[in-house]
Design a protein around this ligand. Structure first.
Ligand code: ATP
Length: 234
């Protein structure tokens, strides 16, 4: 579904992604793991089109994304749930969701709302409240649900476990797995490497702007170097 080939990206004169090549197959969860500053968020942002690239090719559903604006990529079926959730705190939960469905007709948006509320009933209970009044876990659910309102084929999900209690992390990861079970393709950036690898079909390890290791989630979970560096084995 997604092919990234030889991708580089820079902030000003400093290149932070170097020659990144990865493939994401339809219906898979692909996890990106790596230390802080490895370039995971920058790679997601380059795929969604909010971060410029300086070299390489991105192909999504057999169409080149090079030169395609971020808003057009949403219409093509790509959606991102950003790091730090970035909900519109002063708007109601429902208005946040409706904004996520800006590419859709009113009827599709209404259907999307029903789906979001079925998946996360707490959002229905709080639909008229300001998003800023939700707990961290609820805001994470809102960020994911908002990204799903455009009915994407691929979800780019950045750090869904950040700041959540273990119970809420379980709930969010269950939701992520159920989305994959319904056919959604997901690229998951996650600090909690063990959890990410445990649900990933494929995974990539990033170090200083490069992909240094690729494999199935379970192969990387068993890899001695990954175990030592990212899974806390000594
Ligand atoms: P984290 O888990 O901390 O978010 P990450 O793997 O997602 O890390 P990025 O946030 O993509 O890494 O950062 C990659 C590199 O780019 C880092 O060296 C970071 O300092 C730098 N960087 C990120 N955002 C900017 C920015 N807006 N301006 C300049 N440099 C940036």
């Amino acid at each position: 579904m997604l092919d990234v080939v030889g991708l580089s990206s820079r902030y000003g004169r400093i290149e932070v992604l170097h020659d990144v090549t990865m493939t994401v197959s339809a219906g898979h969860i692909v996890a990106l793991i790596g230390a802080n500053g490895a370039g995971k968020t920058t790679l997601l942002r380059a795929i969604s089109g909010v971060q410029p690239i300086s070299a390489g090719q991105i192909t999504f559903k057999d169409k080149s994304l090079n030169g395609v604006k971020a808003c057009a990529r949403v219409k093509m079926g790509l959606s991102q749930s950003p790091e730090g959730r970035q909900v519109f705190a002063g708007l109601s939960v429902e208005d946040n969701l409706r904004l996520g469905g800006w590419t859709k007709s009113k009827a599709d948006s209404n259907t999307g709302l029903q789906t979001a509320y079925q998946m996360f009933p707490i959002l229905y209970e709080k639909k008229s409240l300001p998003a800023g009044s939700l707990s961290g876990g609820q805001q994470q659910m809102l960020a994911i649900a908002r990204a799903l309102m455009s009915q994407p084929d691929m979800l780019l999900l950045d750090e869904p476990s950040m700041g959540l209690s273990p119970l809420l992390i379980d709930q969010v990861f269950e939701a992520v797995c159920s989305l994959r079970d319904r056919g959604l393709t997901i690229v998951l950036v996650e600090q909690n490497a063990n959890l990410a690898l445990s649900i990933a079909d494929q995974a990539c390890v990033m170090e200083t702007g490069r992909i240094v290791l690729k494999g199935t989630g379970s192969a990387l979970q068993a890899d001695p170097r990954v175990r030592e560096l990212y899974l806390g084995d000594s």
